[in-house]
Ligand binder design. Structure first.
Ligand SMILES: [Zn+2]
Length: 259
């Protein structure tokens, strides 16, 4: 039996055995601890990233690329949720340094490639991940690290209509993802929440760099979009797309097409 996919569940000897057969990929799930409406848990983003990782591991195993999931980073840069209980933010520099150390450590250990798998979409948070990935690519080579970013046009356009409108915090998109993986985590109140057409993406653009907060743009209960419309089926479809982003970027780097 091949050990894994959770790195933390392996012994050092089991990991050594696995790394004798390169290339082995490591995924780092990244999330946040922040409010997700009255109906989803504070750790929603981390849960989503772990689930995407599990699906990416399966897809990569079909390509004969053994993959392990590193212990998740359950904190991110969460300034928008300021004022709500349970918003525990890191400074961007802290997150970037933490990820830089972990990527370097995994590459030093013998992993061929490290991918950051993120589902907390605050721009300053994503920028810290991008900076950590770019620094690692500059130091160790482009093939060694990836960060498939839903905020880029390439990947954002593959996601749902609500996501693309930017009403994507604890709405139909995220609630469907939790529903698909951990239905018991979605509180019954989700079905009674009125749809809110508040686009975080538009609010961020209009603020032109000034601080944005959920409370300041009318997200009084820390959600936007339409949680009541969530379905497990939509969640499964979104997982498929999110895992495809991860696997595509890894394969593009590990197996570049021959010229
Ligand atoms: Zn979220």
């Amino acid at each position: 039996m091949t050990p894994g996919p959770w790195l933390a569940e392996l012994t050092t000897d089991e990991l050594d055995g696995l790394l004798q057969r390169p290339p082995v990929v490591a995924l780092i799930p990244v999330g946040s601890t922040e409010p997700h409406g009255p109906h989803l848990p504070l750790g929603t983003d981390t849960l989503l990233s772990e689930q995407v990782c599990l699906r990416a591991v399966e897809k990569l195993s079909l390509q004969n690329i053994p993959t392990l999931i590193a212990p998740p980073i359950g904190y991110g840069v969460t300034c928008y949720a300021r004022g709500f209980r349970g918003a525990l933010s890191l400074r961007a520099a802290t997150l970037e340094a933490l990820l830089g150390d972990l990527i370097a450590g995994l590459l030093d250990d013998g992993f061929a490639h490290v991918a950051l798998v993120n589902n907390h979409l605050e721009p300053e948070h994503a920028a810290a991940l991008r900076a950590a990935a770019l620094a690692a690519a500059a130091a160790r080579g482009e093939a060694r690290v990836s960060f498939p970013d839903q905020l880029t046009r390439r990947w954002g356009r593959t996601l749902t209509e609500e996501f693309k409108r930017g009403d994507c915090h604890a709405g139909r998109y995220e609630t469907s993802l939790v529903q698909a993986a951990r239905p018991g985590m979605v509180r019954g109140v989700a079905r009674e929440l009125p749809a809110l057409p508040i686009s975080l993406a538009t609010a961020i653009r209009q603020a032109q760099g000034a601080p944005v907060t959920f409370a300041g743009i009318g997200m009084d209960r820390a959600y936007t979009g339409a949680p009541a419309e969530a379905t497990a089926q939509e969640g499964e479809e979104s997982y498929e797309r999110l895992a495809t982003m991860v696997v595509t970027e890894i394969l593009e780097r590990l197996q570049p097409p021959s010229p």
